[in-house]
Design a protein around this ligand. Structure first.
Ligand SMILES: [Zn+2]
Length: 129
């Protein structure tokens, strides 16, 4: 774990902005910001419904379409009904998704910045990467 930097805080602010801009009590309550090592930032929102997709997966998919898949840092922010926000840690499905699509990513949490290995030790892996 490491402490957050100014760049990390900028990413948090972007995730907060996305989460608040697209907030919809039924469909969208999480915003995500993902920085690739190229410096480009991609964002995503969760898509709730019968089959839900997490904001983190949307952001990684968007970056993948842009062929920018060397990821540096990711953060997600949830919005409460009163409009307040909080950094949220990725769900188990997203942690496994990172193992497969972003194995070197760092995750910003309210307690600091963690490696994927720290968040999901002994992860399930089909292939050796
Ligand atoms: Zn998730």
């Amino acid at each position: 774990m490491r402490k957050t930097t100014k760049k990390d805080e900028e990413l948090v602010a972007m995730a907060q902005q996305v989460a608040q801009d697209y907030y919809d009590e039924i469909h969208h309550c999480v915003g995500c910001a993902l920085r690739s090592k190229s410096g480009v930032i991609y964002v995503g929102i969760n898509m709730d419904g019968i089959h839900s997709i997490c904001a983190e997966q949307v952001a990684i998919s968007t970056a993948t379409v842009a062929k920018d898949t060397d990821f540096a840092t990711i953060v997600s922010v949830g919005v409460h009904k009163d409009g307040s926000t909080q950094i949220i840690t990725p769900c188990g499905t997203c942690r496994q998704f990172f193992v497969e699509y972003a194995p070197n990513i760092e995750v910003i949490t309210s307690d600091g910045v963690f490696s994927l290995q720290e968040l999901l030790p002994q992860a399930y892996q089909i292939h050796n990467r």
